[in-house]
Design a protein around this ligand. Structure first.
Ligand code: SAM
Length: 256
């Protein structure tokens, strides 16, 4: 069996109690469609299959596919794709909405969150194991260091719920940091109806790349101090002081 690969973020779950807690949190129902990101050696995969779900796994590491193929022989309700999840469009692999589960490779967590936003219309819910600090960025609010673009985009499209913390001792090899298990549920957010998402992406990029500057200075190519005052935003605030609603107001002001 090959050694765990750092470049694929391979920290395998070995703690049976944590695996059991994950299964309980998922409340899987016989026959439902689930996609697992990064099956690894199948610790979570096999436990989920025992609930009678239809499971599709996506695993990038060819060296792990042989082991997963053995699981496939035992379970007709399992299939695995040897692919990079970031290149998968959920519409191409399923006709109906999926539940997504993954003990994520931490090095590409941001990309997988943005992938989830892109695929949100095909998602019923998402359960991810993430590096704790990263998870805090997803749930963070204004005036905190951890607040940024990722907080804004995740919370605009998903309702985020922290389920439980997981110690680094639960993995092999043991990562340097603790983890967090959380749930994301796509939400129909009226605030984003007809909102120019690309504009919001550009504005938040400008703002949070220079988060120590005043918002008026970060966004000077888009709007003046007077414009900001018109929408009740103090031009002297720093990007991290603005709420998600403020960023929506700025986007609407620019797009109209
Ligand atoms: N699910 C297993 C477990 O809990 O023990 C493995 C989790 S390990 C943290 C992350 C897994 O994701 C690894 O098996 C790794 O090879 C896989 N992986 C890494 N990058 C990936 C990608 N872009 N697409 C699909 N799988 C990926």
């Amino acid at each position: 069996m090959s050694k765990p690969k750092k470049n694929f973020g391979q920290n395998f779950l070995i703690d049976q109690i944590v695996l059991g807690r994950i299964i309980d949190a998922l409340s899987l129902v016989n026959g439902e469609q689930v996609l697992e990101i990064g099956c690894g050696k199948g610790a979570l995969t096999e436990r989920m299959l025992m609930k009678g779900i239809n499971l599709k796994g996506v695993e990038i590491d060819r060296d792990l596919i042989e082991g997963l193929d053995l699981i496939k022989l035992k379970h007709k309700n399992f299939d695995v794709l040897n692919q990079d999840i970031l290149k998968v469009n959920l519409k191409d692999i399923s006709d109906s909405k999926l539940r997504i589960v993954g003990n994520l490779p931490y090095n590409i967590s941001s990309k997988i969150i943005l992938w989830s936003v892109k695929n949100k219309d095909m998602i019923r819910d998402v359960h991810f194991m993430l590096q704790k600090e990263f998870g805090e960025r997803l749930t963070s609010g204004p005036n905190k260091k951890s607040y940024g673009r990722l907080s804004i985009f995740t919370q605009l499209f998903f309702k985020v719920e922290v389920l439980f913390d997981v110690s680094s001792e639960s993995f092999f090899p043991k990562p340097k940091v603790d983890s967090i298990f959380l749930k994301l549920r796509p939400q129909n957010n009226k605030d984003i109806e007809n909102l120019d998402i690309e504009c919001l992406q550009n504005i938040t990029l400008k703002a949070f790349t220079k988060r120590r500057k005043k918002i008026s200075s970060c966004l000077k190519e888009y709007l003046s101090k007077e414009d900001l005052k018109k929408i009740n935003i103090d031009p002297d605030l720093r990007p991290e002081n603005l709420s998600i609603a403020d960023y929506i107001s700025i986007t609407r002001y620019i797009q109209n």
